[in-house]
Design a protein around this ligand. Structure first.
Ligand code: UDP
Ligand code: MG
Length: 327
């Protein structure tokens, strides 16, 4: 049953000059062959290479293509949010520019969405080509921990490649928090979500923008945004150790009063001191992580700033009024 007549396609782009021309041609072929109207939204996330001029050039030649260019690199999560905020079509596809997510799968995603009457169809990778063992292992551990800690599950081996119905996009547009962990938010909004298995290709060219440190901070963002269990853990572990320390104290008091204390308890002192200060510092850190994020949210800065934009054809009037566009 064909129900969806129009789609938006959102592509976050950060320094992808090597992939872009092939990506654009593959994407256009796919979209032109689909029997519906479409708008493409490239979000240039402050690229420093030729990506933006390549995007502009492509947009000039094809009215369905449009772009938003951010004032600097805000990160993929913010770039996606910028695109989501402007989407008006009946469904929105999110896809990477590096050809790891094959554009040829878009019709399949749409098909499943329509056939199963789902709200979201997310692509789940069967295999990850060209990703290091360590990255895969870390991803696995992260998903395990996250799903254990948070109150809802979010699927493993899933990127941002997905199609969302308008009502889901609207739900995402309402979320104002600054610490955007999109994978978590996609799951948090609920709705009927269905997976679609695919083989994830290697990057067509260039390197992943996410190094180990970035991924670690990304994981931390995810955990602190969606669960407060580390805070609870801090109070549990902290109070257990405090109790233990009191028992220790009583034990030493009794021991020295009965047996006397021939050697002043230097080792015990040092061990206890360093151990407890370690535990305290660790949990101060946990508190700090949450506090820092609350602080960021309290500032209510916009998630991204648009430098310039030219969104495709009919909707362009509507789009401009909704943007955080500086004068
Ligand atoms: N990207 C972005 N802003 C960033 C980093 C990445 O818009 O700060 C885009 C990038 O151009 C690509 C997508 O997000 O289209 C996925 O990035 P990448 O391939 O580096 O991530 P990975 O596939 O390794 O998760
Ligand atoms: Mg990639």
């Amino acid at each position: 049953m064909k129900t969806i007549q129009s789609i938006d396609v959102l592509i976050p782009v950060f320094n992808e000059e090597e992939c872009l021309s092939l990506f654009i041609s593959r994407l256009s072929t796919v979209l032109d062959n689909m029997d519906l109207s479409y708008n493409v939204i490239f979000v240039d996330d402050g690229s420093t290479d030729n990506s933006l001029s390549m995007i502009k050039y492509a947009c000039e030649n094809k009215p369905q293509l449009g772009y938003i260019s951010l004032s600097r690199n805000f990160g993929k999560e913010a770039a996606m949010s910028a695109g989501i905020d402007t989407s008006r079509a009946e469904a929105l596809v999110i896809i990477d520019a590096d050809l790891q997510d094959p554009p040829e799968l878009i019709p399949d995603l749409l098909n499943v969405l329509e056939q199963k009457d789902a709200d979201v169809v997310f692509a789940r990778r069967k295999k990850r080509h060209g990703e290091s063992f360590i990255k895969k292992a870390f991803a696995r551990i992260f998903y395990r921990i996250f799903n254990k800690l948070s109150r809802f599950d979010f699927p493993e081996d899933t990127g941002d490649f997905r199609i969302l119905k308008r009502r889901v996009v609207r739900a995402l547009q309402q979320i104002e928090e600054n610490n955007r962990f999109m994978k978590g938010l996609f799951a948090w909004v609920g709705f009927q979500q269905i997976e679609f298995l695919y083989d994830r290709d290697s990057r067509f060219s260039g390197k992943s923008k996410f190094n180990f440190i970035k991924l670690l901070s990304f994981a931390l963002d995810g955990i602190t945004a969606f669960t407060t269990i580390p805070l609870k853990l801090a109070s549990y572990v902290g109070s257990s150790f405090a109790l233990l320390a009191i028992l220790f104290g009583i034990y030493f008091l009794l021991k020295s009063s009965i047996l006397g204390d021939p050697v002043p308890g230097f080792p015990t002192l040092i061990v206890a001191l360093s151990f407890f200060s370690g535990v305290q510092l660790m949990f101060l850190g946990v508190l700090g992580e949450y506090l820092a994020r609350t602080n960021i949210e309290a500032k209510k800065r916009p998630l991204y700033i648009v430098r310039e934009s030219r969104l495709s054809s009919e909707d362009s009037g509507k789009h401009t009024e909704n943007q955080h566009q500086p004068e």
